[in-house]
Design a protein around this ligand. Structure first.
Ligand code: SAH
Length: 352
């Protein structure tokens, strides 16, 4: 049987080259781009502004494929967790989060994660591989296709499984297609990439012509504490990550978000709040506090409500902008750090 190559996931320049190699004018590549990503059409036969002969020739060697949804879990709060089964048996999860005035898709960039942050189930479960652009982008199209109609647009957060900056090329390629006005047309200010701060990749991202918002997973107020929670601190230290994040050119004069998961008795005291505030003084930033989403496998406890309030108070007193993330989809293990495939095949060893 002939293996057809997938057109979905290809960027505009690659599509132009492909059609030109078939003897067609380059603008056919742009037409194809709009069908694939703006109209999200999966049937070549429906692309009627291109000749039937050309579509038939395309279909001989190419196809249009999104990753298949193998399972959906619906939370009582409306959140839906999607499980995608990929061709090689790897699987990833995405989350659809409806809110009153916006709706958000949280996507994954790796099957599993090699970082092994102590409080994150994805890391505890291990790492399998990087996703390809079509597998990243396909999560968005599949979730969008099933979502109920709404008058407001989409937010996309790259906060699912995996570390996006360890899969730089595929992630940024998918983001370009997401942000392209003739593609998914998600505004750059509605797109957020979350990272622990893989420095060389972060430097590269700063130089991209179109960039998403940046969220940095900080989770600790000093190097020793961060090292005890996040092994990556050995390689990219908190002071270097903070220095790089301060230079990140945010679209539309926004702010860098610092994510800080609150762990009871570990990083949630007033001293930690004051230490955190010192890092952020004078920078265009905001802190997003995430009370730990607990799970039996996670060796930490959620903070008390009093500790969360006090932490917020100390940051506000220091004039640091702060919000607390409301957990969504906890009953279906769809909240931050809970993406982890129960009953999935054992992941392979992490590469080096
Ligand atoms: N690797 C990237 C993308 C993952 S985003 C990053 O680390 O930023 C997922 C966010 O949820 C990260 O800030 C992560 O640290 C946080 N998180 C992980 N486990 C969590 C848990 N159990 N409870 C709350 N937040 C968690």
């Amino acid at each position: 049987m002939k293996v057809r190559s997938n057109l979905f996931g290809m960027e505009r320049p690659a599509l132009r080259v492909l059609v030109e190699e078939m003897g067609e004018p380059a603008y056919r590549g742009d037409q194809l781009f709009a069908w694939l990503y703006k109209k999200k059409e999966r049937r070549l036969s429906a692309m009627t502004n291109m000749s039937r002969a050309f579509r038939e020739r395309l279909a001989l060697a190419h196809e249009i494929r999104w990753p298949g949804v193998s399972e959906r879990r619906r939370s009582t709060d409306g959140t839906v967790k999607y499980l995608f089964r990929l061709d090689d048996g790897a699987s990833v999860e995405s989350v659809f989060i409806p809110e009153e005035r916006r709706r958000t898709i949280c996507i994954s960039t790796q099957a599993g994660c090699p970082l092994k942050c102590a409080f994150c189930l994805t890391g505890i479960a291990g790492y399998k591989r990087n996703l390809r652009p079509w597998e990243i982008l396909g999560q968005v199209s599949a979730v969008m296709a099933e979502a109920p109609a709404a008058r407001f647009g989409w937010n996309v957060v790259v906060m699912g499984m995996g570390e996006p900056l360890l899969n730089y090329d595929a992630t940024v390629s998918a983001l370009r297609i997401l942000m392209d006005p003739e593609g998914f047309a998600v505004a750059s200010k509605k797109l957020t990439l979350s990272t622990v701060g893989i420095l060389p990749a972060l430097e590269k991202l700063m130089k991209e012509p179109v960039r998403p918002n940046l969220a940095i997973s900080l989770h600790a107020s000093n190097a020793a504490l961060r090292r005890s929670l996040m092994p990556i601190e050995e390689k990219y230290s908190i002071d270097e990550v903070m220095a790089a994040a301060r230079r990140y050119p945010i679209p539309h004069g926004g702010r860098v978000t610092y994510e800080y998961v609150l762990l009871r008795g570990v990083n949630d005291t007033p001293e930690h709040a004051r230490e955190l505030a010192r890092w952020l003084r004078g920078s265009r930033s905001k802190v997003n506090l995430i009370p730990l989403n607990p799970a039996p496998e996670i060796p930490f406890e959620a903070p008390t409500a009093t500790a969360v309030d006090a932490f917020v108070g100390h940051l506000s007193d220091a004039h640091v902008a702060v919000s607390v993330r409301r957990p969504r989809g906890q009953d279906i293990l769809a909240a931050c750090g809970q993406l982890h495939l129960k009953g999935a095949p054992q992941p392979e060893a992490a590469p080096n």
